[in-house]
Design a protein around this ligand. Structure first.
Ligand code: AMP
Length: 594
């Protein structure tokens, strides 16, 4: 197939923004494309060589691209650089230079799609020492025989700058029209795309074998499935109205959604956008190997964690794992825990058509006995009243989550769909507490991992002067150095008691209890409503206390303060109200800006 047909279509596409016109252009290109290479043409249209899950890039440096244009046009580097500075795009630069030079008359091979594709493929697969020079030779060989228009698109492609802006749905529409004669068949193509994550393969099947064959496309291990998405509402009551009187409610963790494909001796991880990101999480790969099944596709959220306390950390911590180099260090410094919430496939059979309840059962069975520091089954309840969801959500937020996901018990896994079978309710506000708080240590949890033999987290309380008792407001496990840990272990020993102190009020279970004596300083990201902590209980909402979210020890032990000098519950309640007011103000400022 003549590559100019593709280049011409690209040129026309760049000049139109109407979706209908784009679809027409694609239909006519697809009709002219031999079915054997329609997958390749489909990838080229998307600016790729393979589906995203292959995770391969062309990787040619800018400088090399300029040298390739020089080598094939005979123009000197400084002229090319000048044009590049003006256009800001290597493809446009190549087009302009080639136009002024005219095409070489000595070309030996015709410029076919097959030739362009296989050369680009070689460029992508060339790696190691000397690979930039080898890539340069390959690009130059193409440019040598290319017209100005062809050079323009080849170079845009090579630099990853071919952005025709064609949505997947437009390509699916065009495939349906070109090969089945009706746009109505798009749905069947879309379903195949949703489970295979690969438009090129769908195109090839419909072009070579027809619609019926498309309908047989199923899940394949190591090919990512497009994830099921959630709609959003603001309150638990609204969420329940959309359900069948009863629904599953899960923690909505604040991390990265990943799809884990486990084979007998291979594990791959895909991002929400279906890119292969196995390299970011070698620890998850290792943990997943121990799951007792030959093959499985599981979905979940990977979250940064404080391994010593088991506490979730904010999403920002996870960013350190998104890298190609230094993964070993990042793994040590930013440990993660994998929280599974769905299973899509086990040992040759798809689970997507099972209702949620059955999938959850299957997931639980798979993870039975496997839950440890690295693997968890996502926290879940089944709720039939808004109040239950409310409380669960407050607990989720206090534990470092973003909110909850409400899931319809009877729903199948609808790959790629955003519907009300899954509903997210997120906490509405996010702010930073400016003040530090001085709180009293009243309980402790034994540490794990590096903190074995020390305390992993301490229960802190604020003072309620009206009733002369200490009411819990958070657990803190972050901000402690090894020296602090040792110091606390020693100094708390003399205050250790066998039961909760009579002047301490909390809904939390602890390993050990202390007399309220030692005051420490903490900072936190904000104050939230809590079902388990009792500071200012009932003063803001009936049945709820207030808690600190993401609390952190500042390093200061307030020896200068008596426990009764600690921050009071009234102060915390007024900080909470101030926080709401500030947020209200931010909201109205936002509206004014808009
Ligand atoms: P959003 O990104 O705000 O549209 O919310 C949907 C995202 O929530 C998903 O893509 C997941 O990354 C994340 N998530 C966290 N916890 C869960 C859960 N239990 N079930 C499904 N998705 C979850």
């Amino acid at each position: 197939m003549d590559f100019d047909l593709v280049a011409q279509t690209f040129e026309q596409m760049e000049q139109t923004s109407s979706r209908l016109a784009l679809t027409d252009l694609l239909v006519s290109l697809f009709k002219k494309t031999p079915p054997e290479i329609i997958d390749k043409v489909t990838y080229l249209i998307q600016g790729k060589l393979y589906p995203d899950y292959e995770g391969i890039e062309l990787g040619l440096a800018e400088k090399m691209a300029i040298r390739a244009i020089a080598a094939s046009s005979g123009e000197n580097m400084s002229t090319i650089e000048q044009v590049y500075r003006k256009t800001g795009d290597i493809g446009d630069t190549a087009g302009e230079i080639m136009k002024s030079k005219g095409q070489s008359t000595l070309f030996t091979e015709p410029m076919t799609v097959e030739r362009v594709y296989s050369t680009l493929d070689k460029i992508a697969k060339t790696a190691g020492p000397g690979s930039q020079e080898a890539k340069l030779r390959l690009v130059s060989s193409l440019l040598h025989d290319a017209t100005a228009r062809q050079s323009r698109y080849i170079m845009k492609f090579v630099m990853g700058k071919l952005r025709l802006g064609i949505a997947d749905y437009t390509v699916l529409d065009a495939l349906a029209l070109a090969f089945t004669g009706s746009r109505a068949n798009r749905q069947a193509l879309e379903t195949a795309y949703n489970v295979s994550g690969d438009l090129g393969t769908v195109a090839k099947i419909v072009a070579t074998s027809g619609l019926e064959e498309v309908q047989t496309v199923g899940i394949t291990l190591f090919r990512p499935i497009r994830p099921m998405l959630a709609e959003r509402v603001s309150t638990p009551a609204e969420a329940l109205e959309r359900m069948e009187g009863k629904a599953a409610v899960e923690y909505k963790l604040d991390g990265e959604r990943i799809q884990v494909h486990k084979g007998q001796d291979r594990v791959e991880i895909f991002s929400r956008r279906l890119e292969k990101i196995t390299g970011h999480y070698p620890d998850v790969v290792e943990a997943v190997r121990s799951i007792n099944t030959k093959e499985a596709i599981l979905e979940g959220e990977v979250v940064a964690v404080n391994l010593e306390t088991g506490e979730y950390l904010p999403f920002q911590e996870l960013m350190h794992r998104r890298r190609k180099h230094g993964v070993e260090d990042a793994m040590k410094n930013y440990p993660v825990v994998m929280n599974f919430f769905d299973v899509l496939y086990v040992d040759g059979s798809s689970k997507t058509s099972l209702p949620y309840t059955e999938r959850r059962k299957a997931l639980k069975a798979l993870l039975a006995g496997k839950q440890d520091d690295r693997i968890r089954l996502v926290e879940q309840i089944v709720a039939s009243e808004a109040g239950q969801i409310d409380r669960f959500m407050a607990k989720a937020i206090e534990d470092g989550c973003e909110g909850v996901m409400v899931k319809q018990l009877s729903s199948t896994y609808r790959a790629g769909a955003r519907e009300f079978a899954w509903i997210k309710i997120k906490r509405e506000y996010r702010s930073e507490l400016a003040d530090t708080l001085d709180l009293v240590i009243v309980g402790g949890l034994y540490g794990r991992g590096r903190r074995v033999g020390k305390y992993g987290a301490l229960l802190l309380a604020a003072y309620d002067p009206e009733n002369e008792i200490f009411r819990s407001v958070c657990k803190v496990g972050t901000g402690f150095t090894d020296v602090h840990l040792e110091q606390f272990y020693q100094s708390l020993e003399e205050h250790r008691i066998s039961h909760r102190h009579a002047r301490v009020d909390t809904g939390m279970e602890m390993d050990v209890w202390f007399e309220p004596k030692i005051v420490i300083e903490v900072i936190a990201s904000e104050i939230t409503l809590s079902p388990s902590h009792t500071a200012a209980k009932d003063s803001i909402r009936q049945g709820y206390g207030l808690a600190l979210r993401f609390p952190k020890f500042t390093g200061k032990i307030r020896d200068d303060k008596d426990p009764e000098d600690a921050t009071s519950v009234q102060e915390i309640a007024s900080m909470y109200k101030r926080q709401l007011k500030t947020i209200g103000k931010q909201d109205s400022d936002d509206r004014q800006v808009k």
